[in-house]
Design a protein around this ligand. Structure first.
Ligand SMILES: [Mg+2]
Length: 350
């Protein structure tokens, strides 16, 4: 276990998953948990999430939920989690709406009018920072803030943003996730909506959400975390956000990331730990050890042979994946691994 973030950009890239003798829930004081693909999917709790979070919490770990979705208020998110069997108060939920509201408030006077293109979560977050949400470019806003507005957001809202931005009003975005999962498939996210305004105006927004520093700063300010562990399913938001914030991270495989993507991860996308699901918070993590031909973990030895990764042995598939990560990341250095991991992953059933 080590703090392996890279805020200064001068540390060596991570070359293998870390081991930990103690349970992660005991080694870190606060878990900064992503929601979709980690705690729930399609609105329903992911297997083992409810029990694992209850156990971590009863052991003294502080749990906070960190979402790039600016539509829902912390109250609404906390209510949803509590309904799923994860008792949560609104102060344990941090949204990109809160992070962008703070960013706006640092650049405009108290009480300033801010044009909102988005949902209730943004309006509540702006009021919390003493700003006045307005709906029209003709209301003389001093800033424009854009966040996910849900499927009902009217096209005319983008026009209001464009009118204000064309007058020189600074533009902020809660996050730039291009897509958002829905119960029926992949839907356009706030990043896609931001592109509409960017194309029409040629302007560039200031962005708050994961993986950027304003979001991480918001989570640390609100949780008071001293040893934070980011827990997420996406390499380019959760894990990169942890890297940028200089804190450790646990990637769980219950969401959008598969083994092949993990092996091909760039340095800022390499998590400190990898586990199947949130039960990984409650256990130690096995060591990945260099051996003559490559790296060993559990009953597996992984190596590079020709232009491919190979794996031999037996045991937990996840240990094999950890050993493969070590070979791939070592070979990649500060780039992306070009070795083919397809057969090795198939051997592990991943
Ligand atoms: Mg996620």
């Amino acid at each position: 276990m080590s703090q392996t973030g890279n805020p200064g950009g001068n540390q060596r890239p991570r070359t293998r998953p870390a081991g930990s003798e103690r349970a992660l829930s005991e080694s870190y004081d606060t878990a900064l948990l992503d929601l979709d693909g980690v705690v729930y999917a399609g609105g329903k709790a992911i297997a083992h999430a409810v029990e694992s979070l209850a156990t971590a919490r009863s052991g003294g770990m502080h749990l906070a939920y960190v979402t790039n979705n600016a539509l829902r208020t912390p109250d609404a998110v906390a209510g949803h989690l509590t309904e799923l069997g994860i008792p949560t108060g609104p102060s344990d939920v941090i949204t990109s709406a809160q992070a962008v509201a703070r960013l706006v408030s640092e650049q405009v006077p108290v009480g300033a009018r801010v044009l909102v293109v988005g949902g209730e979560g943004l309006r509540v977050a702006l009021r919390e920072r003493g700003l006045e949400p307005v709906e029209s470019a003709d209301d003389d806003p001093v800033a424009v803030v854009q966040g996910y507005g849900g499927p009902e957001l009217a096209w005319g809202r983008f026009a209001e943003a464009c009118y204000a931005i064309a007058r020189g009003v600074p533009w902020f975005a809660s996050n730039t996730d291009l897509t958002i999962p829905s119960g029926r498939g992949i839907a356009p996210g706030n990043g896609a909506a931001v592109e509409v305004v960017r194309i029409a105006t040629g302007a560039e927004p200031q962005v708050a959400g994961k993986p950027l520093p304003p979001m991480h700063r918001e989570t640390i300010l609100r949780t008071g975390a001293e040893r934070a562990l980011v827990v997420g399913d996406r390499l380019d938001t959760d894990i990169e956000g942890a890297f940028n914030g200089g804190v450790d991270s646990l990637l769980v495989l219950t969401g959008v990331t598969d083994g092949a993507q993990l092996l091909a991860a760039r340095p800022e996308h390499r998590p400190t730990y990898v586990d199947a699901d949130l039960r990984g918070m409650l256990t130690g993590q096995p060591e990945v050890a260099p051996v003559d031909e490559g790296f060993a973990c559990g009953g597996w030895v992984a190596a590079a042979r020709g232009d491919a990764l190979v794996i031999e042995g037996e045991g937990e598939a996840l240990d094999g994946l950890r050993a493969l990560c070590a070979v791939a990341w070592t070979a990649a250095g500060d780039g992306v691994c070009a070795l083919d991991g397809g057969k090795a992953l198939a051997r592990l059933g991943l």
